[in-house]
Design a binder for this molecule. Structure first.
Ligand code: OFO
Length: 173
């Protein structure tokens, strides 16, 4: 049985994961509107990944007899103007999520809630991967410098990204 503190904190995390999803959906719209449809696809794939993160927590609460509660999700704000700035904002956001996941892990450990700890450790690994994705893309952008052809190729390459998770959440868990 989960404590109220853990349930509330997981619900906060669900809210943050959904905010992340909407942030990437907004970024996807911006990129596609600017003509970078491939980057738009990459961002929309990230949207799906974030919804999966939210639904994995949602399903976990249900499996433990606890009630998921979404709450009000803030409107995403995208200030980035260039592709480099978009991926810098992505990395900064993922670092924020990583810190939030670490906080949840620390709470689970403090409460000796081993089931929640086990679940949250999956997210720790996922965050390493997500930060790495943004770092790799930023490195490529730095290597290209002002090269427009490079940007064109990057746009094509990023457009090949496919979600690594199931998109149908019916029946989760
Ligand atoms: Fe992008 O992170 Fe979810 O957890």
């Amino acid at each position: 049985m989960l404590s109220k503190k853990i349930i509330d904190r997981i619900n906060l995390q669900i809210n943050r994961e959904m905010f992340s999803a909407f942030l990437y959906m907004e970024m996807s719209a911006r990129m596609s509107d600017d003509g970078y449809k491939g980057i738009g696809t990459w961002m929309m794939t990230q949207y799906h990944e974030e919804m999966f993160h939210a639904m994995k927590f949602y399903g976990y609460l249900q499996s433990q007899g606890a009630l998921p509660s979404i709450g009000k999700i803030d409107a995403p704000e995208v200030k980035a103007k260039t592709i480099k700035e978009i991926f810098e904002a992505t990395l900064a956001h993922e670092k924020f999520v990583s810190a939030s996941i670490r906080e949840l892990l620390e709470l689970a450990i403090a409460e000796k809630d081993y089931a929640t700890e086990d679940l949250v450790r999956w997210y720790v690994g996922e965050q390493v991967e997500e930060e790495q994705n943004a770092i790799d893309i930023l490195q490529t952008i730095d290597l290209m410098g002002e090269n427009k052809q490079g940007l064109f190729m990057l746009n094509i390459e990023l457009g090949k990204r496919k979600p690594s998770i199931a998109l149908d959440f019916t029946g989760m868990p």
